[in-house]
Design a protein around this ligand. Sequence first.
Ligand code: ATP
Ligand code: TPS
Ligand code: MG
Ligand code: MG
Ligand code: MG
Length: 306
Amino acid sequence: MATIGELGEFGLIERLTARLPRGARVPLGPGDDAAVIAAPDGRVVATTDLLVEGRHFRRDWSGPYDIGRKAAAQNLADVAAMGARPTALLVGFAAPPDTGAEWADGLYAGLADECEAAGASVAGGDVVAAPEITLAITALGDLGGGAPLTRAGARPGDAVAVRGRLGFASAGLELLTAGRDGPAEVIAAHRRPEPPYEAGPQARELGATALLDVSDGLLQDLAHIAGASGVRIDVESAAVPVAAVLGPDGLRHALTGGEDHAFAGTFPAAAILPPSWTRIGAVARGTGVRVDGRVPEGGGWDHFRM
Ligand SMILES: Nc1ncnc2c1ncn2[C@@H]1O[C@H](COP(=O)(O)OP(=O)(O)OP(=O)(O)O)[C@@H](O)[C@H]1O
Ligand SMILES: Cc1ncc(C[n+]2csc(CCOP(=O)(O)O)c2C)c(N)n1
Ligand SMILES: [Mg+2]
Ligand SMILES: [Mg+2]
Ligand SMILES: [Mg+2]
């Protein structure tokens, strides 16, 4: 089996890009100095997130395919969180030369499949040698002529609602860290989030006033909406969806666990939300986030405070 070092930079690029499906929104994909992405809206949503081996994933916990799915999902979810539809990814891929070519193939199969699930494709990227695997991904998206759904539009009186899994990836990470066995569903959720991408454009159609994806923890992320909007967010813990499979610490995982990339938004109080959304609280005058009337103790991911 070849390593990517044996393939060389250009052999690796050729191998990885030859297997990528051609994107409908990408008139010119990998192969030139830059890609060309169709932007019928005239405005482009752009976002970037890094994934670093040992920090975001471990190769002994996750296979290349799931790491690819997760890396794409983390970025595609940010596009959806603006109320937009993802169109393309640009993938910066750093890896040690002794990485197996099949590992890189698996990574790219995961990236391509997650893109397909979100309606996007890989339009280009870069490869370099480095001591650890790092993925620096940029995702682009299309607002379809609508206004972006920011973090800044929540108003007192709005309802707060979520769509997607909460606490699964966190519960899975805890099991893997402790070396304990547990529900396969929960461990799989750490390896591969399943953001309901449709929730972004859907939230906009439902009249959402603010939206984000939950990457660092529900309460910590809601605090970003509170801060940007100049409001207080009151969460009712009994209303937060806590799956039984999360075990006795389910509520903690749901409130403080990140990486499931659920969507959390605020909506006018009178909005009729479909059953895929769960109301978990309300927006009030003031600052910060409260749970059952109290300021929560923290929790949530901070890269420089872990
Ligand atoms: N190094 C940076 N330079 C410029 N802007 C940055 C930088 N890092 C973060 N930002 C900006 O700060 C904002 C918040 O970033 P953050 O990474 O917390 O959001 P996110 O990507 O939605 O969450 P997560 O990274 O947890 O998935 C974003 O608008 C992002 O573009
Ligand atoms: C090996 C390993 N250790 C810890 C974690 C947990 N973790 C890492 S980054 C992050 C927040 C989201 O990332 P970002 O803010 O960069 O988007 C979380 C919850 C993990 N996934 N893998
Ligand atoms: Mg980010
Ligand atoms: Mg985000
Ligand atoms: Mg973060």
